[in-house]
Design a protein around this ligand. Structure first.
Ligand SMILES: C[S@@+](CC[C@H](N)C(=O)[O-])C[C@H]1O[C@@H](n2cnc3c(N)ncnc32)[C@H](O)[C@@H]1O
Length: 240
């Protein structure tokens, strides 16, 4: 079955462009400044799957000279409108040939791999990222945990999709971002930890560290599952 990227849609891109770091998303980004500071040397960064530029703007705020790339024209247009002086580039699927070898100190992908349907495509993109990284460079791969599709959250709901519980690696799962004005379900691809580790190995990468941020009781959010079940997994990777 052909996997349709939910983000190649003007109305969804417009809703996504208003999203900053509400609720459950806060947990995806809360620890990134510290993670980047402790693992990355240098300031040249690529944001692969930059969407409407939220993650690219964060990198720039943290002092990186960042360029965002995405396959969805609708998303890139919104990124450029929100951040006219930012660097954003529309790329054909998996094609990062415009960048030379050993260019970046960091390659961030925030939720991008949730939308890359097969092991072959994941390995192809990860191998490209490895080519673009400097020797000391790091890939920061922020992905949804398989549990996000099975529980309720401050900013997501999955209760209307009980079929998610049967999903295995590579299957489509559905989730609604309640923090968005556009409440249509998004289709993602579920990919458990052991399967990520397999594609990393086949891409010439090794895991340096894994973070699974949890919500804390003193944070100003109405956490639902976030204090006990990690919604996100953040892999720090290096070239072997
Ligand atoms: C959930 S959005 C996240 C956007 C952004 N990183 C953020 O945190 O707001 C995922 C993005 O990945 C993009 N994407 C999916 N496959 C891609 C690929 N092979 N190369 C580049 N971008 C891709 C989608 O078009 C979408 O804009």
């Amino acid at each position: 079955m052909v996997f349709k990227n939910s983000y190649e849609d003007d109305a969804y891109a417009a809703a996504y462009a208003k999203l900053e770091f509400p609720g459950t998303y806060y947990l995806a980004f809360r620890d990134l400044p510290e993670i980047l500071a402790s693992h990355v040397e240098g300031d040249q960064a690529l944001d692969v799957g930059c969407g409407t530029g939220r993650s690219t703007r964060l990198l720039c705020k943290l002092g990186f000279d960042a360029v965002g790339v995405d396959i969805a024209e609708e998303m890139i247009q919104k990124a450029r409108a929100l951040d006219p002086s930012g660097k954003y580039s529309l790329v054909p699927d998996g094609d990062l040939s415009q960048f030379a070898n050993d260019t970046f100190d960091a390659a961030l992908s925030a939720f991008t791999f949730d939308n890359i349907p097969t092991a072959e495509k994941k390995i192809a993109l990860l191998s490209e990222l490895a080519r673009l990284l400097r020797k000391s460079g790091r890939i920061i791969n922020l992905v949804s945990s398989p549990e996000i599709y099975l529980n309720e959250w401050a900013s997501f709901t999955t209760k209307d999709f009980p079929e998610n519980a049967q999903a295995r690696c590579g299957d489509r799962v559905k989730i609604i971002v309640t923090a968005l004005d556009d409440k249509r379900p998004v289709a993602d691809i579920v990919w458990p930890d052991e399967d990520y580790r397999e594609v990393y190995g086949k891409s010439g990468l090794e895991v340096v560290e894994v973070y699974r941020p949890l919500g804390r009781a003193d944070e100003p959010y109405f956490w639902v599952s976030e204090t006990t079940i990690p919604p996100w997994v953040i892999y720090v990777l290096r070239k072997i």
